[in-house]
Ligand binder design. Structure first.
Ligand SMILES: Cc1cc2nc3c(=O)[nH]c(=O)nc-3n(C[C@H](O)[C@H](O)[C@H](O)COP(=O)(O)O)c2cc1C
Length: 192
């Protein structure tokens, strides 16, 4: 749908924008919120680092999601950055298989760090955050998370999402493929 904001006509349709965003490969994480049996979570690709000092990140959360009221109430959330072999967890939390709330957490092990929010045991990184600031915009909220604590796993292939599909990012395999396709720079360029 085209829209007009402050006299500027935005000509990009929903479909065109979705098509553009599909080209953006994103690391897959699960955001978790709540305590005890009153928990929920969602698969996201919108986590990004905000700053190192203080350690903080940002994530975009749909305010119609079941995680949103829990995140707002407890003002804390978990970020579990998924390994490629944790695909089943991503699928449980992406809302497409009908599972809701605590039922999404079954079949995996969860730990708690400082805030008490569940974090996936064995995730590439499990990051415990306090919601430091929330900017509500359009259907979503940009949540700034101040990192309270984190746990890291040994390096492993990561789970990403690209062109509407989950894909594995494997450093060794990808380095091999890059080496196969990279063309050596011409001699003149190498001198500079
Ligand atoms: C790969 C992938 C990435 C997603 N990224 C986001 C995201 O960054 N923010 C968001 O609000 N929803 C995102 N979603 C959708 C949520 O996972 C989905 O709406 C949510 O699980 C629905 O939760 P609910 O049933 O608890 O309301 C993504 C879905 C997929 C499959």
């Amino acid at each position: 749908m085209n829209s007009i904001v402050r006299g500027i006509r935005f000509k990009v349709t929903d479909g065109e924008f979705r098509g553009a965003m599909r080209q953006l490969a994103g690391g897959v994480s699960v955001i978790t919120a709540g305590r005890g049996e009153e928990i929920s979570g969602m698969t996201v690709t919108s986590v990004a680092s905000l700053a190192v000092d203080p350690p903080s990140l940002v994530v975009s959360i749909n305010r119609a999601s079941s995680s949103w009221p829990l995140l707002e109430r407890y003002r804390s959330f978990g970020v579990s950055i998924l390994k490629a072999d944790q695909l089943a967890v991503a699928e449980r939390f992406d809302g497409r298989n009908g599972l809701k709330g605590a039922a999404r957490f079954a079949g995996a092990q969860w730990i708690q760090l400082a805030s008490g929010v569940p974090l996936l045991k064995g995730a590439l990184a499990a990051i415990d955050c306090e919601a430091e600031d929330i900017v509500e915009r359009h259907s979503h909220a940009l949540v700034i998370g101040r990192v309270l604590d984190l746990e890291l796993s040994e390096p492993a292939a990561a789970l990403a999402y690209w062109q509407s599909q989950y894909v594995a990012l494997d450093r060794d395999e990808d380095a091999q493929k890059l080496a196969e396709v990279s063309v050596p720079a011409p001699p003149a360029a190498r001198k500079r």
